[in-house]
Design a protein around this ligand. Structure first.
Ligand code: MN3
Length: 212
């Protein structure tokens, strides 16, 4: 398991004007590093150290709460840096697009439903597009640093895209206007990564998939 802060693969200022450079730097070097360092403290030297995130999160309700919070924070941000990109925006291709049309009618309607769900989240959390084991796509939200791989999630599935709705993700640029941050999200979603996640045959996400 690569227990290290992943490289973003792009510069802190490259998501301007949507996410400012200062926010990116603190989010990565500050928040993400904090989750990682605390996660390491709780799994170092025990059996969890060698487990994939899917396996840890599938049993998270029976593990110390720090695993849920710091492990979730570490995973969620590693996922987030890869699902956003300065070359993002646009739309998915191939099978993911077909599936979005199947479950949401149109791509435009999907974006509206995802944005509506994100706007409904009260307090800190995340909104996700997930692929269930039966292939169905669903939009769900999780509180704090929970994620859809966790056995505490009311609907579980493999994350395809996600938006971080904690204030630290957007407050310095958008202030209290979270709906504007949510609208701007569609300019930098990395659909190439989402397509790849959708296509991979298994329903797991491995640490190496998040290691840039
Ligand atoms: Mn965050």
């Amino acid at each position: 398991m690569p227990l290290k802060l992943p490289n973003l693969g792009y510069s802190y200022d490259s998501l301007e004007p949507f996410i400012d450079s200062g926010t990116m730097k603190i989010h990565h070097m500050g928040h993400h590093a904090h989750y990682l360092n605390n996660f390491i403290k709780v799994i170092e030297g025990n059996r969890l150290e060698k487990m994939e995130p899917e396996a840890i999160f599938a049993n998270v309700s029976n593990l110390p709460n720090e695993i849920r919070n710091f492990g979730g924070g570490f995973f969620n941000h590693s996922f987030y840096w890869k699902i956003i990109s300065p070359s993002g925006g646009g739309k998915p291709a191939g099978n993911l697009m077909d599936s979005i049309v199947k479950y949401f009618g149109t791509f435009k309607n999907f974006k509206q439903e995802f944005s509506n769900e994100a706007n409904r989240v009260f307090g800190s959390g995340w909104t996700w597009l997930i692929k269930k084991t039966d292939g169905e796509l669903r939009i769900i939200s999780t509180a704090n640093q929970d994620n859809p791989l966790m056995n505490l999630s009311k609907i579980r599935g493999k994350p395809i895209i996600a938006i971080d709705l904690w204030e630290h993700a957007y407050h310095s640029r958008f202030h209290n206007n979270r709906q504007d941050y949510i609208s701007s999200y569609w300019n930098f979603v990395n659909w190439e990564q989402a397509d790849w996640l959708y296509e991979t045959n298994n329903n797991q996400i491995y640490w190496k998939d998040l290691d840039t």
